[in-house]
Design a protein around this ligand. Structure first.
Ligand code: CA
Length: 233
């Protein structure tokens, strides 16, 4: 297993490298985010340990650029600050785990091993229900080969349906998963958006994938439209 340690505190970096080595892991050290970028794109690593505070581009930006360049290696971020904000920013930029400095080496290794077992991170999974697909990374929805533009809210609602195909979801379930708080019992908002969705994902294709289950809610069924994969009906 090979680990890239990105840390500008040379003493700490070499301590980590030495300890990893004793644990049977290979480790390279990058002092700057810029170095980490070319190292991680030119050779395969199992895990990247990335300090947030770096000279030049910081750990967040390094993480963002690594992901943008298609590096899917699991990334463990290190930060000196116990700020929830940092944690959220880190995860938003594509990090997979997070540790506070100072850390316990045993815990660091445990997390590195856990991340390496997880393997390259799937960015944007494609969910399929019948011939309907939703790419959670690019937010592209299509039926057959036809892309369907949706609003953010329609997309969120559809994702809830697509993650539970064939299951009856109550208006409350849908509200809870696709809307932030504040909607309480305004379940008619669900009905309105289900109607919007049907107009876009069903009607133009002559299918009825979102079923109304009387007294219970709605259910998404896997159906295939007459649209073939070459995009023609
Ligand atoms: Ca640092």
């Amino acid at each position: 297993m090979r680990v890239l340690v990105v840390e500008d505190e040379v003493k700490l970096a070499s301590l980590i490298r030495k300890a990893l080595k004793e644990d049977g892991l290979l480790a390279d050290v990058a002092i700057r985010g810029e170095d980490a970028l070319w190292m991680a794109t030119s050779s395969p690593y199992d895990v990247v340990v990335l300090d947030v505070n770096l000279p030049g581009i910081d750990g967040f930006e390094t993480c963002r650029r690594l992901r943008a360049q298609g590096v899917r290696t699991p990334i463990l971020m290190l930060t000196a600050r116990d700020a929830v904000e940092d944690r959220i920013t880190g995860l938003d930029t594509g990090a997979d785990d997070y540790m506070l400095k100072p850390f316990d080496f045993g815990e660091l290794f445990a997390r590195i091993r856990a991340l390496s077992r997880r393997g390259p991170v799937e960015r944007g999974t494609v969910i399929e229900v019948g011939d309907l697909t939703l790419d959670t990374g690019s937010h592209v929805v299509s039926r057959g080969n036809v892309d369907i533009p949706l609003s953010v809210k329609e997309l969120q609602l559809l994702e809830v349906f697509m993650r539970h195909p064939g299951r009856v979801l109550s208006r409350y379930d849908l509200l809870e998963h696709a809307w932030d708080g504040g909607y309480e019992n305004r379940s008619n908002v669900v009905d309105v958006y289900v109607r919007y969705l049907r107009e876009k994902i069903d009607r133009p294709f002559g299918v009825e994938s979102i079923e109304t289950v009387r007294g219970a809610g709605y259910r998404l069924r896997p159906v295939a439209s007459a649209i073939k994969s070459n995009g023609r009906a």
